[in-house]
Design a protein around this ligand. Sequence first.
Ligand code: NAG
Ligand code: NAG
Length: 202
Amino acid sequence: MRAVLRAPCVLLLGLLWASVPGSRARIPPHDQVARVARFVAHLCDWASMATISTHKPVEGQPFSNTFSVSDGPVGSGTGVPYMYLTHMEISVQDLQVSPQASLSMSLAQTDYCKQQGFDPQSPLCAHIILSGSVLQVNGTEAEFAKKSLFSRHPEMIDWPSDHNWFFAKFNITQVWVLDYFGGVKTVTPEEYFQASPYRKHH
Ligand SMILES: *[C@@H]1O[C@H](CO)[C@@H](O)[C@H](O)[C@H]1NC(C)=O
Ligand SMILES: *[C@@H]1O[C@H](CO)[C@@H](O)[C@H](O)[C@H]1NC(C)=O
């Protein structure tokens, strides 16, 4: 019932600025699914990442953990979630056995859903699930990952050097988007990377 009443409001909300700290960006229309996915992926500073556990007593079971991510400096997202990892970390140990993982991000992590009155599980509180694998990056891509991560997570600069941190990216094979009623929608990596999260300036 509430969902039915909310539907017309959503149309109005689409005209308003999404109130996201440090950003005057607004969420793209819900039917532009790839753009919504890029928008969510750029705004979120962290993600839940599920790996296939290698640790007793849950070996072989999904294991979801929190990671800081960045797909680029604020305002210039690439869509590729970068991470700063160490092999000392429990989930990274899982990735050494199987690099396959799932990354989840939600506008519930910003002020947007609370301000609009959208519960985190409501599809109106746009959220995405990325399927793929985690790969170490080197060279110029590692330099870009460093710039992307350290600009949005400044304390990373001081993380203990004896942990042998390295830069990694989430290599996306499928994008799943929940941004409206009617069930999950999928976006291919090609559609996702071609989409622009922001409206072009007029
Ligand atoms: C980056 O370097 C690591 C360590 O030498 C190597 O295992 C990995 O395959 C390299 N990754 C890429 C994308 O070249
Ligand atoms: C990375 O993702 C692409 C699809 O975007 C896929 O074709 C490729 O096989 C993936 N690479 C690895 C090493 O998983």
